[in-house]
Structures are given as C-alpha cells and as structure tokens.
Design a protein around this ligand. Structure first.
Ligand SMILES: [Zn+2]
Length: 332
C-alpha cells in the first residue's frame, strides 16, 4: 500500500466517523431548539462528508453505478486504520465550537451576531463564514458550487403551498389523535406530558407564529418579539381543560392564521423581519419553523395515543376493538 493510499484510507475512516458524529449532534441540537448550533454542526458534518467522498474516490472505490452495485453486493470492506481525533481538528472549527460552548454555558443558542451564514465548498470541504467569496480560496471552485447553511434557510425549505397545506391538515390530525379517548385518559401524562397539554401547547405556538407573521406582513422589517415562545412546561394547566375546548381553541387559532396566509403572493412570503436568534429572516422561515415544530409533536402525540390505547385495553379488555390506532401521520 502506498503512502497516499494509506492516507486516503485514514481520511475515509476519520471523515466518515466525523460526519456521523456531527450529523447526529446536529439532530440533537435541533431537538433542544438550539437552531444556530444545529446549523453549525450540520455544516461541519458536510465538511466531513465532502472529504470522505474525496477519499473514497481517490481510493478508486467509485465507478459507474453498475460497478458500484457489484461492490455493494460484494460487501465493500475498506481496511480499518487508526484515525486519530476526528472532530475539532482545525483551528477555525475549534473557534466556532468554542463560540457554541460559550453560548451553551449561558444556557442559550448562538444568536445571529455570533454565527453568520456558513458555506462549505462541495469540492474540497473548505468551511467559510459570512458573505461567500467568488471562488473557494483553497481549490478555486466557484461560489455556485458551495453548500449553504444560511440562517434564513436553516429551518427548512418548504414553499408557501406546502406550508399552507400542512397547516390546514393539523386540526383534522389532532381530532384523529384524540378520538375515542375519554377526558381522563387525555389528561394522563405519558413520558411527562398529556395529550391535552400538547394540544394547548400547539395553540400557544400557533398564536406566536401568527403574531410574527402579522408583524412581517404589516410592518417593514420589524424586530420580532425576542425571548422564547411559551414552553411546554407552561402548558401543564391545560390538563384540567375539557378536550373539546382545547380542540376548538386550536381550530379557531389556526383558522385565523390561515386567513392571514392564504392567497399571499410569493413576494409577501419573502418579506422579512429581524429575529434576535436568526437575524433577518423571511416569512417562509417562520412558516417552516411552525410546521417543523408541529410535525415533531404530532409524532410524539401518535406515540402517546398508542400507549394510552394499550393502557385502556388493560383497564377494560373486552370493549375495545383491536384496530383503533389510525395511521394518522401517514404520508407526512
Ligand atoms: Zn474548495
């Protein structure tokens, strides 16, 4: 094995491990609603992926698809080699990680001023912060070939039509999630939260979203209200509400939100506001934020429903048909 080949094998192992680690850490940061730190970790994972790809190609393990399928069937088995450290290996990446560590030590996400837009060269994996240069300083790839990790796009890339359709579906999905469960079961916390407080929490967030959307549409580049939106912890009070009231509250709020959004022109969806955490963002960013938030909770609610139906089965084994769990989230 030549020195270059050995180095490429080391890079393939190191970069593949680094890619997986950064990617999974990014997913976790998003789950903790540290969206800027998630974006940073996602950019790091792209750096590693690009470099792993270069190493795999350099090793001659990439050909036409027919040959690649043969390789896959044969069970590609690169020799494992010692890799050394796989993350935080460059001074610039250490600086960016230190910024994230500082923010987290204060119990918060990075704010807009602390993390600019990020770009990763898709040819060599060079990571760049701020307005992109015309070409990669390392390999000369043009800006069009950069992968972008911009704050404005980091929340998701769904367009207006899809966003409105998703927002329209939720009231019906919520109905299905609570169907055939009595008020007592709906108040039972499963894994800390009851279905009732989750419905109430989604209403709280819909109201925050509508207020922000209204500001963006009705005023010029408004400063959006800072601070965190209502947390799930504040929703415990909803456990004492009748489910009918909670569903009506959500449906009414969502109707008002959709009245604001339906028929907006693409230009209106690209109007912007200044958000303390994300910087200057278009309305589409906030639309993706609310849809993404809702989707995560609807999946969690389907899980809780599943567990409640099992408990009810144990409580009253005879009266329950066995096909009560609808596939409410199918196609999402
Ligand atoms: Zn480059």
């Amino acid at each position: 094995m030549t020195h270059d080949e050995l180095e490429d094998r080391r890079l393939l192992c190191s970069m593949s491990l680094g890619y997986t680690a950064y990617y999974v850490w990014s997913v976790q940061a998003k789950r903790e609603r540290k969206y800027n730190i998630a974006r940073l970790l996602n950019a790091f994972s792209a750096v590693k992926r690009v470099r792993a790809e270069r190493a795999l190609r350099a090793l001659g393990e990439v050909s036409g698809t027919a040959r690649n399928i043969e390789r896959a069937l044969a069970g590609l088995e690169p020799e494992a080699v010692a890799t050394g450290p796989v993350t935080g290996t460059q001074p610039f990446s250490r600086e960016l990680l230190s910024r994230a560590a500082r923010a987290l030590s204060e119990g918060r996400d990075l704010v807009a001023e602390e993390l600019d837009d990020l770009y990763v060269c898709s040819t060599c994996g060079e990571l760049m912060e701020g307005a992109p240069r015309a070409t990669c300083p390392v390999c000369g790839t043009v800006r069009e070939g950069f992968l972008s990790f911009r704050a404005a796009e980091a929340m998701g890339a769904l367009g207006p039509t899809t966003l409105v359709r998703r927002l329209e579906q939720t009231p019906e999905t919520l109905q299905a999630l609570v169907a055939d469960l009595d008020d007592e079961l709906l108040s039972w916390p499963v894994g800390g939260y009851s279905l009732k407080e989750l419905v109430g929490h989604l209403t709280d967030i819909d109201i925050v979203f509508r207020e922000r959307a209204w500001l963006i549409l009705e005023t010029d580049n408004p400063r959006l209200p800072g601070g965190d939106p209502p947390t799930l912890e504040k929703a415990a009070v909803y456990r004492t509400y009748p489910i009918a009231d909670l569903l009506e509250g959500f449906t009414n709020s969502r109707r008002q939100t959709l009245n604001l959004l339906r028929g907006l022109t693409p230009a209106a969806w690209h109007r912007t506001g200044y958000h303390p955490t994300f910087g200057v963002i278009p309305l589409t960013h906030q639309g993706n934020w609310v849809v993404d938030h809702e989707r995560a909770y609807l999946i969690e609610m389907a899980q809780i429903r599943h567990e409640l139906l099992q408990r009810r089965f144990e409580r009253r084994p005879i009266s329950i048909p066995d096909n009560l769990v609808p596939e409410v989230l199918e196609g999402e």
